[in-house]
Design a protein around this ligand. Structure first.
Ligand SMILES: [Zn+2]
Length: 553
């Protein structure tokens, strides 16, 4: 009967009625059903929190709001993410995240390293061919030229035939330059002398107007004017040690490492001092918003990519240690800044249109003094005394001086020419030196690097050292200290070790196409770029050894 009525209706009427029914159905779907996930994100944002240990997600959780870390944790949380190489420091960390690769392949073996070729210590991003844009001085003579592989951001540029925009920002030059890759539209970092965000001629010849406008606000002095008081009443920082501990380091111009930190004067003379306070992160978020607005990121019909690194958490950690009120205050403020940034993205890009991951370049150890106070085996080591002892040993053994050319990143570089001049055998010197260094108190292992495959080490550690060993750039002998033995930091803290406190980092995914959940399956820093490549359906970086993590819906 119903079919009969339908057949009797004239064709033009049928067409009209079909359209009406379809419209009603679509309306009902959009009102009741989930809105469909767009096929690609408008904007990807990578946030690296310098020196953030995984446990900070939980240690201060009671004091975090709902809009920052906790909002990101409603996405996908890879709880057991580790760094799969040594050394766990800033430049290799940022490079690994964005290349999915390790120092053995991408070549960034340290923040700096000894170059046998140049006979000097070279910085990971220095480049004499590039000149500063945006300030006087050479803080901008930088480029990613020493990085040997592509980044996920390079791959996005190539996959979109260079329509996707890629920009990297960080207070630290290396935190901006390495993530943005070789083919970036720009990278900007903070020049401590002028207080300006600058770039280099590697990217452009003049700063865009929106950067000049941002710099003209002179935000460092404005942020520092109120000095550094705790966000909450100081009695509320029950997760941290007392304000004045002997193993904290005072800021420049201070007698004691205690609140309130009177930073206004110092920052007015030296804007770079702001980066040692939580406002170094705040200004980075401010600049991120300026990049998005100024470059119309996420508005061009192609997926754009903003890489940002928040460096102040690292400076504060080094200065005061991970158990300090200063470190806690820095994370509480970061949590607020992050929440504010996410609401900005909701407004400008639209919730569900942007994809975020948040991770860290490395963690940090407890301060030596703190560990000592609590009977945890620890020690303060110095590279100088280690090498002084090694030279004395080699002199007595071989009757020769200057057989060591350099000591960097806890690696000894032997002086091949001097060894040859004394008619000595390099392999024998290397083996003898390895045996000697092992006798030093606080040294756990000494690895003869060219013979790494034969070293007796638990498999994950051996793999980490192999991943960190670059045949052309690394030294001859790697010194491995016992856990919690820190070189060069009798106060405050540092990082670089193969141990969990330095290698266990947060990894949160949030936004476009990200499912809700968390798991403890082992994942690695190298998996981040692989996951992004899979989600964006683009080729992974050319040196990528990571695997995609199942974070998509
Ligand atoms: Zn650091």
């Amino acid at each position: 009967m119903r079919v009969y009525i339908w057949l009797k209706i004239p064709f033009s009427m049928k067409k009209f009625l079909s359209g009406l029914i379809l419209m009603v159905c679509l309306q009902a779907h959009s009102q009741n059903g989930p809105s469909p996930t767009p096929s690609k994100p408008k904007l990807v944002i990578g946030i690296v929190v310098d020196q953030m240990r995984w446990d900070y997600l939980y240690r201060y959780a009671e004091k975090y709001g709902q809009t920052g870390f906790k909002r990101l944790q409603t996405g996908y949380n890879c709880e057991n993410t580790h760094i799969p190489y040594v050394p766990s420091i800033t430049a290799p960390g940022h490079t690994c995240i964005y290349t999915g690769s390790v120092p053995a392949i991408h070549g960034i073996i340290g923040n700096e390293w000894y170059s046998r070729e140049d006979k000097k210590v070279v910085n990971c991003v220095d480049d004499d061919a590039a000149k500063t844009v945006g300030a006087p001085g050479n803080a901008g003579n930088m480029s990613p030229q020493r990085m040997l592989t592509t980044t996920i951001t390079d791959e996005l540029r190539m996959a979109s035939n260079f329509h996707s925009k890629v920009i990297g920002i960080a207070a630290k030059d290396r935190g901006a330059i390495l993530p943005a890759g070789h083919a970036a539209n720009g990278a900007y970092w903070f020049d401590g002398k002028s207080g300006n965000w600058i770039t280099s001629t590697f990217y452009m010849d003049t700063l865009p107007d929106w950067v000049n406008k941002f710099n003209a606000q002179k935000l460092p002095a404005k942020y520092a004017a109120g000095n550094w008081h705790t966000l909450l009443d100081i009695s509320k920082y029950t997760e941290s040690t007392a304000d004045d501990e002997p193993y904290e380091r005072a800021l420049k111009g201070e007698d004691k490492p205690v609140f309130p930190h009177m930073i206004a004067d110092e920052v007015s003379k030296n804007p770079g001092a702001l980066i040692g306070t939580p406002w170094g992160n705040t200004i980075t978020f401010d600049f991120a918003k300026a990049v998005i607005a100024g470059e119309k990121m996420g508005k061009g019909g192609y997926t754009d990519f903003l890489t940002m690194s928040c460096s102040s958490t690292d400076y504060v950690g080094h200065q005061f240690g991970p158990n300090s009120i200063e470190a806690e205050d820095c994370y509480l403020r970061f949590d607020k800044d992050l929440g504010d940034f996410l609401s900005y993205l909701d407004k400008e890009i639209g919730a569900g249109n942007y994809l975020i991951f948040l991770s860290a370049d490395h963690g940090a150890a407890h301060s030596v003094g703190f560990s000592d106070q609590h009977k945890i085996p620890t020690g303060a080591m110095t590279g100088d005394s280690l090498i002084k002892g090694a030279n004395a040993y080699l002199r007595s053994k071989y009757g020769a001086d200057s057989l060591i050319e350099s000591y960097n990143n806890m690696q000894v570089y032997l002086h091949y020419a001097n060894i040859k001049n004394h008619n000595l055998d390099v392999d024998a010197v290397r083996r003898d030196l390895t045996q000697y260094l092992l006798t030093v108190k606080g040294v756990a292992k000494v690895l003869n690097l060219p013979e790494l495959m034969t070293v007796v080490l638990p498999a994950p550690y051996r793999e980490a050292f192999i991943n960190g060993y670059n045949q052309k750039r690394s030294g001859d002998v790697q010194v491995v200290y016992e856990p919690a033995h820190l070189e060069g930091y009798s106060k405050g803290t540092t990082h670089s070790a193969v141990y969990a406190y330095d290698t266990h980092i947060p990894l949160l995914w949030y936004g476009w196409n990200v499912k809700a959940g968390h798991d403890y399956t082992p994942t690695y820093m190298t998996d981040i770029a692989a996951t992004l490549a899979a989600m964006l359906h683009i080729q992974e970086p050319n040196g990528c050894i990571g695997k995609p993590i199942a974070v998509s819906k």
